[in-house]
Design a protein around this ligand. Structure first.
Ligand code: GRF
Length: 206
């Protein structure tokens, strides 16, 4: 399966995908896309000899537009787009073209603590201030609304003893790094099914 990973910053989820034993021989990251001209994730792409490109709605030198990017994804026969810390909203044309083929990782248990502005430390601070004793990560399909596509998989973390939002972030990030490769693995195996508006992952028989 041919993957394209969208990032905005550090790229630790990109790295988790690239280093996942589970995904070895099953998937290839063909392209890394960012809304930034430069970011840490691009350094990771470079190290792994993966092409990378910056995207913007409006033409600007050093960036491709979403239309140009779509043409490139078609040409490269990308099967799955993964938003791994990508902060911009995906234009409707793109999310519609790749319906069921774009997934996002969110650092909380959706449908709580999601939506516009809920990214990075904003999420963990809101979870911390809520007094919740569990948080976790969610992988979901991307549709035209922020964090509202169908939930594919979730994993929870006990945060009852967390002393700060940073501690929650650390616990959740560890979960993200295993959950995202697991979901990609299930998708590569065609084990993700939608029945009555609910997503099921069929267990791996191996
Ligand atoms: C992750 O917590 C991801 O869930 C969120 O942004 C963070 C990105 O981290 N949407 P990284 O760039 O993968 O290290």
């Amino acid at each position: 399966m041919r993957l394209c990973v969208f990032v905005s910053g550090r790229g630790s989820n990109l790295q988790a995908i690239l280093e996942s034993e589970l995904l070895k021989g099953k998937v290839r990251v063909e392209l890394v896309v960012s809304d930034k001209p430069e970011c840490k994730a691009f350094e990771i792409a470079q190290k792994h000899k993966i092409n990378y490109v910056s995207v913007r709605e409006i033409e600007k030198s050093g960036f491709v537009t979403y239309d140009q990017l779509r043409a490139r994804l078609e040409k490269e026969e990308i099967d799955l787009i993964i938003l791994a810390g990508f902060l911009k909203k995906i234009p409707e044309q793109m999310s519609k073209r790749y319906e069921g083929k774009i997934i996002n990782i969110h650092p909380a248990l959706l449908p709580f603590f999601g939506g516009q502005g809920m990214y990075g430390m904003n999420v963990h601070t809101a979870v911390f201030n809520s007094g919740m004793k569990i948080s976790g990560a969610t992988v979901h399909f991307v549709n035209t609304e922020y964090d509202r596509g169908m939930i594919i998989a979730q994993k929870a973390a006990d945060i009852s003893d967390a002393a700060s939002p940073e501690e929650i972030a650390e616990k959740v990030l560890k979960i993200e790094h295993t959950l995202l490769p697991e979901v990609i693995h299930s998708m590569a195996d065609n084990r993700v099914q939608i029945v009555n508006n609910r997503v099921y992952i069929i267990k791996n028989s191996n």
